[in-house]
Design a protein around this ligand. Structure first.
Ligand SMILES: *[C@@H]1O[C@H](CO)[C@@H](O)[C@H](O)[C@H]1NC(C)=O
Ligand SMILES: *[C@@H]1O[C@H](CO)[C@@H](O)[C@H](O)[C@H]1NC(C)=O
Length: 362
């Protein structure tokens, strides 16, 4: 420990001397440009024919950074910004961008749709200088109906993928609903509890998800709201007869159901006005939220569900609930070792990393 301190002090002293010397010499020669990493990467990119990039001093920098910034809590001054954002237009440019980032000693954050809950594609830990390689221009989706396969480049958004997928066989008309049920904690707890047993056992054509939230007392009298999103690959009457039998507590009414095409349902669930909006990258950007998601291994007991619901209504502010997630070994379970082996083979130097990425084995 003492040894390290001495070395660090010596290094600091050496830096001081260099700085003094540089200042002393400034009168005789024009000052050399400061070795700013962004500057290095800019000249590297230009000399390698990569022209679509933006530096922090540029007017275009913030709009490009914000273009896929889904969580506004990362859009504050205390969160470090990239030294450059590069938008390669081909695989060749992508390779050059990676090499330039490495030769400028910048960490690399690769951004596709920017949809990480923790902003991992446009932030770095511990203020490590980094570059964002934004794949927005590598977003081709090719569908081959004959073989029922799709080739999607990593920069494609889910909306672009869905827009292309309307070419695959699904029933012409499907049924969707998006409904709210409101009530005191005990009533909502019962509905959630039952949903846990209904959801997994519905026929494969059925999808039903739920969210529970609470708005301040002044507007809802202490009630919780549970919203249900449903999609049934079939007509209204099928949806009604199955759900009213399996989940009568939901009191689903025919007037709450709409028959739409599959791609219209994709737009509707994303909160968009039209199917064409699926191909826009700008929609849905920017919200102040903290999210986690996980799979529940066993149903939560009704007693515990009542406790959660009452806890939510007692909370002083607006909030919603989901279950806590954990990472790494606990998240990938028995797959984790296999992923580490693959990572060690493909990227042994851990060039592509973020706070939640799979580490190489050494
Ligand atoms: C760079 O790529 C972005 C994203 O597609 C595009 O909007 C912009 O026009 C491109 N800029 C240049 C100079 O090609
Ligand atoms: C709370 O829910 C109950 C029924 O579940 C309803 O009768 C009541 O009007 C609701 N209160 C408010 C303020 O929404």
């Amino acid at each position: 420990m003492a040894m390290h301190t001495v070395v660090a002090a010596a290094a600091a002293l050496a830096l001081c001397l260099v700085a003094t010397a540089a200042t002393a010499g400034a009168g005789a020669h024009p000052p050399a440009p400061a070795p700013v990493p962004a500057h290095d990467i800019a000249s590297c990119l230009v000399s390698n024919g990569v022209t679509n990039f933006s530096l922090p001093a540029s007017k275009s920098f913030k709009p490009i950074l914000d273009s896929s910034l889904r969580y506004l809590r990362f859009d504050v001054p205390s969160v470090g910004k990239p030294a450059a954002i590069v938008l390669p237009a081909s695989q060749r440019e992508l390779q050059r961008a990676v090499l330039c980032a490495r030769s400028s000693s910048l960490a690399i954050r690769v951004r596709s749709g920017g949809h990480s809950y923790e902003g991992l594609s446009y932030t770095s830990e511990n203020h490590v200088p980094f570059v964002v390689i934004d794949l927005a221009n590598l977003n081709q989706v090719r569908v081959d109906p004959a073989s029922a396969t799709v080739w999607a480049e990593s920069g494609a958004t889910l909306g672009q993928l869905y827009h292309a997928l309307r070419l695959v066989p699904v029933p012409g008309t499907i049924t969707v609903f998006d409904i709210d049920r409101r009530g005191p904690a005990d009533l909502i707890a019962g509905l959630i509890h039952k949903w846990q047993y209904v959801g997994p056992h519905l026929p494969d054509e059925f999808y039903i998800s739920t969210r529970i939230y609470f708005k301040p007392k002044s507007t809802n009298g202490g009630n919780l709201t549970m919203s249900f999103t449903g999609q049934v690959l079939g007509p209204k009457h099928l949806a009604l007869s199955v759900l009213n039998k399996a989940y009568p507590e939901l009191r689903l009414a025919e007037s709450e159901l709409s028959e739409v095409s599959w791609v219209e349902s994709a737009a509707k669930f994303a909160g968009l006005f039209s199917v064409a909006d699926l191909t826009s990258r700008q929609i849905g950007v920017g919200e102040y939220a903290k999210r986690k998601s996980d799979y529940v291994q066993a149903p939560i007991s009704e007693q515990d569900m009542v406790k959660v619901a009452r806890y939510m209504t007692a909370a002083p502010t607006e909030g919603s609930v989901s279950h806590a997630a954990s990472w790494g070994q606990r998240y990938f379970l028995h797959n984790f070792d296999r992923l580490v082996r693959a990572k060690s083979k493909i990227d042994p130097l851990n060039v592509f990393n973020n706070a939640q990425s799979i580490p190489p084995s050494h």
